[in-house]
Design a protein around this ligand. Structure first.
Ligand SMILES: Nc1ncnc2c1ncn2[C@@H]1O[C@H](COP(=O)(O)OP(=O)(O)OP(=O)(O)O)[C@@H](O)[C@H]1O
Length: 188
């Protein structure tokens, strides 16, 4: 397939820890196919830097393992300091890998992330999605409240954002097909 420099649609997925951002992004990618779509993560360049400078395992940091939780707080603090100087620094780095028509960003956490994509690619290409799940469900998936992680900007900045194109509740495995269909309609 040709190299697509400007994606047709960028889907921004946001939500609290363990709401299922990666789960739904992966399932959507399976439906769309890797010729058409790709997943990028704003946290990827952060984790890459962290792994290289600390001698850590990058794929473990990128995956859904307990390993990444050991470093999450430090990575938040380090990356926030860099964002103070340049709010788009990690979005820009993540976007260098965009080469598909549909780009799914599976870890949008800040208003400045949304702003970066709107400014860079134009609002007409952007679709914003909030994924919700109750604390009880997130707890079943392994979430535990942690001070310095769950009560800081990276987790809470988008709590009062009101311009979502779509809000999904991801609590029940039986609803997944319906959620994926809603996401597909949004990016048509
Ligand atoms: N609808 C679902 N049905 C079954 N399992 C799910 C569903 N949604 C999420 N999960 C599972 O819950 C766990 C957490 O989901 P996931 O890693 O996608 O969350 P996340 O929002 O990306 O979390 P984080 O912000 O910590 O990266 C994973 O093990 C995932 O497979």
């Amino acid at each position: 397939m040709e190299n697509v420099l400007e994606p047709r649609v960028i889907l921004l997925l946001s939500g609290k820890r363990k709401c299922g951002k990666d789960f739904l992004a992966d399932a959507l990618l399976k439906r769309l196919g890797t010729e058409e779509a790709q997943i990028i993560r704003i946290s990827e360049p952060i984790k890459r830097h962290w792994a290289e400078s600390k001698g850590l395992n990058l794929s473990e940091l990128l995956g859904d393992s307990a390993y990444k939780e050991l470093y999450r707080k430090e990575m938040i603090e380090w990356s926030d300091a860099r964002r103070q100087e340049d709010y788009g620094v990690f979005c820009r780095a993540a976007c260098t890998t965009i080469n598909r028509d549909i780009c799914i960003v599976s870890d949008v956490r800040r208003k400045t992330d949304v702003r970066y994509f709107q400014e860079t690619y134009g609002s007409e290409r952007i679709r914003t999605v909030r994924i919700a799940a109750s604390e009880a469900v997130r707890t079943e998936r392994g979430w535990q409240f942690q001070s310095g992680i769950d009560d800081v900007q990276s987790e809470c900045d988008l709590d009062n954002y009101e311009s979502w194109d779509l809000v999904l509740t991801n609590e029940n495995s039986n609803d997944v097909l319906e959620l994926l269909a809603a996401l597909e309609r949004l990016i048509q």
